[in-house]
Design a protein around this ligand. Structure first.
Ligand SMILES: *Cc1c(COP(=O)(O)O)cnc(C)c1O
Length: 385
């Protein structure tokens, strides 16, 4: 048996929705764009939504909307997909990393507090000639579909007059103390790459209650063309971050089934946890009591530190079970080391989870039989270790 790492959950209705767009002359900036944005507003309860062609583009627009520029400091964590930090680097801002909670992998609020008091202690060793300036924002990540401790983060941000950009790219539909992920900060971002909970092919969306910021981000998405600008007139430096109509149509269709798709992912996660919690060498994902709804993005197990992960992974691959280390710490990516001088040992919890974490095949279309096959391969790989 060969198990895929992830699979989108697509139906004939999804395919039909895309085909219908192809029967019209409107392939971009047509009626599907506002309809998709409206649907995301309705789902999340946000006032405004700005659809873009990737989650990364969405994060970048938030950085611009927050007025974050060269040398500005933003508190975030290095246990994430690189995009959350890259969006800051696009504007020459300086990421101020703090370590993570060892259970959830989300930003450690106690360290955020400490960084707010002693910011210089948390600055990188070097910053490629960019002088550190003012602290502007906090950028928490809802890691693997579990919301960060958003109430505490919002309190700290308000006390210090900071903006909050919520990277909820892995957490559409999750709730924290009953409230939707992405709706806590000034801006929240979701992403729709095919391995996410729902997909538009490529794509992402920003949500916000700030009308002015929404208008600004809409302009930047479309080459800086502000409301009132005529064709080929551009008020701002902008980008082509537009999401095409085919993607928007797929998004509308997928969003209708999101709750159903999340329930299927929850079931697959439960099949895994049932089986894997019996194995002492493996720690299944931890769900915090504040997480009132987990939006399962990936299923990441942590191996006992005595297990050789590379060898374990090789044995699984041999049995047709692909796995991925999750995450490789951002501060140790080569260009980050070169630019900021971070070293191994700087963020020990991030590094520890980075060394022991392994994503196993996961999607809402997996069958219990496939999960059992993966778990049997894991048992065998452990016991031949
Ligand atoms: C998926 C993801 C993004 C956005 O990725 P794109 O490929 O640009 O859509 C951003 N941050 C995190 C944490 C993600 O997992």
């Amino acid at each position: 048996m060969k198990i895929p790492m992830s699979s989108p959950d697509l139906t004939d209705a999804d395919r039909q929705a895309v085909m219908e767009v192809l029967a019209t002359p409107h392939l971009s900036l047509g009626p599907k764009l506002p309809a998709f944005e409206q649907a995301v507003c309705q789902y999340t309860g946000a006032k405004h939504a700005i659809a873009v062609n990737s989650g990364t583009a969405g994060l970048h627009l938030c950085v611009r909307a927050a007025g974050i520029g060269a040398g500005d400091l933003v508190i975030t964590s290095p246990f994430s997909f690189v995009a959350s930090t890259n969006a800051l680097l696009f504007e020459n801002a300086i990421p101020v990393f703090v370590d993570i909670d060892p259970k959830t992998g989300n930003i450690d609020v106690e360290q955020v507090k400490d960084a707010l008091l002693h910011i210089s202690k948390y600055l990188p060793r070097q910053s490629a000639g960019v002088k550190p300036k003012a602290l502007k924002a906090i950028l928490p990540i809802d890691v693997f579909g579990q919301p960060a401790a958003m109430d505490k983060i919002m309190t700290l941000a308000q006390e210090h007059g900071l903006k909050v950009i919520e990277d909820s790219c892995e957490a559409l539909g999750a709730t924290y103390k009953g409230k939707q992920a992405g709706t806590f900060g000034d801006y929240g971002v979701f992403a729709f790459y095919p391995n996410k909970q729902m997909t538009t092919g490529e794509g992402g969306i920003v949500i916000t209650n700030d009308e002015q910021a929404a208008a600004f981000m809409r302009a930047l998405r479309n080459q800086g063309r502000a409301p009132g600008d005529t064709w080929l007139s551009h008020t701002y430096l902008g980008y082509n971050y537009r999401l095409d109509e085919l993607s928007c149509a797929l998004g509308i269709s997928q969003l209708k089934r999101l709750d159903e798709m999340l329930a299927k992912r929850e079931q697959v996660a439960a099949w895994y946890s049932e089986r894997l919690s019996e194995l002492p060498e493996i720690e299944p994902p931890f769900i915090a009591p504040e997480t009132t709804r987990m939006s399962w993005f990936v299923y990441v197990i942590r191996l006992d530190s005595k297990i050789d992960r590379a060898e374990f992974a090789r044995r699984l691959e041999e049995r047709g079970v692909p796995v991925r280390p999750y995450f490789l710490p951002i501060h140790l990516q080569p260009y980050m080391v070169e630019r900021f001088g971070w070293k191994e040992g700087d963020f020990p919890v991030t590094e520890d989870l980075g060394r022991r974490g392994l994503a196993v095949p996961f999607s809402g279309v997996m069958t219990e039989e496939q999960v059992e096959y993966v778990c049997q391969a894991i048992r065998t790989a452990l016991h031949t270790a």
